[in-house]
Ligand binder design. Structure first.
Ligand code: MN
Length: 228
């Protein structure tokens, strides 16, 4: 066994409803995956296949912990999303077999430094620092897929300080969970421990220090965090 020359990283994980923990390997996120959000961001949802970006595994914020307001932004946005937790790996997975690779589901928020992302778009630079910063991936506990056999419908809603900001339905996903898993597996070998944030509906907006975000995916769970 290698003698590490600096302290080995702690394995990030997400609690599982009913017990145990899901070890996070990688975090993938889908770009525009709801028509109304694609339109509000200036995109054309009918011409764009799913595209992905990533966050570090240790960006997860679990158990209702506070989320520190990140540096270098004045426009921190929430993006409420269904999260897919991969249980079985594979490559080039057919759509009809994709759900068999899913361990479970969670409610998550893809936090975004929107001002930095807009600058990145304008200057054709990478999104990494606008999306993959510390504490940028609040997430609920993961519910095993056996308790949610049909991830194709259900309300997805996010409120800030009790006021609803985002309210949509999983049936409005442009690319379904199965199609998203299949598409990602055509780009990389997906593996147990991977999380996929599946994209946000319309209504993204800014939060400030002290705001409490609470997001629910029907039948899946509730993610709650306070910006500090
Ligand atoms: Mn997103």
């Amino acid at each position: 066994m290698a003698q590490y020359v600096v302290p080995a990283p702690v394995q990030p994980s997400v609690p599982v409803v009913g017990g145990g923990a899901f070890p996070v390997r990688r975090i993938f996120c889908v770009g525009r995956n709801y028509v109304e959000h694609a339109l509000e961001m200036g995109g054309n949802p009918e011409r764009e296949p799913p595209f992905f970006f990533t966050k570090p595994a240790d960006a997860v914020v679990t158990g209702g912990a506070d989320m520190p307001y990140p540096p270098q932004t004045a426009n921190l946005h929430h993006e409420m999303e269904l999260v897919v937790a991969i249980g079985t790996g594979g490559t080039d997975i057919p759509v009809e077999q994709a759900l068999a690779h899913v361990f479970g589901y969670a409610a998550g928020i893809d936090m975004t430094r929107r001002d930095m992302q807009n600058d990145a778009k304008a200057t054709r630079r990478p999104w990494d620092m606008s999306k993959g910063f510390d504490h940028s991936a609040p997430i609920s506990d993961i519910v095993p897929a056996s308790a949610l056999p049909d991830p194709t419908q259900g309300q997805i809603v996010l409120s800030v300080n009790g006021v609803v900001r985002q309210d949509s339905d999983l049936s409005k996903l442009i690319w379904s969970v199965a199609e998203t898993v299949a598409a990602l597996s055509s780009l990389v070998a997906i593996a147990p421990g991977d999380l996929i944030y599946t994209g946000t509906p319309a209504g993204v907006g800014a939060v400030q220090r002290g705001d409490v975000m609470e997001g629910t995916v029907a039948g899946v769970g509730t993610v709650r965090t306070r910006v500090v």
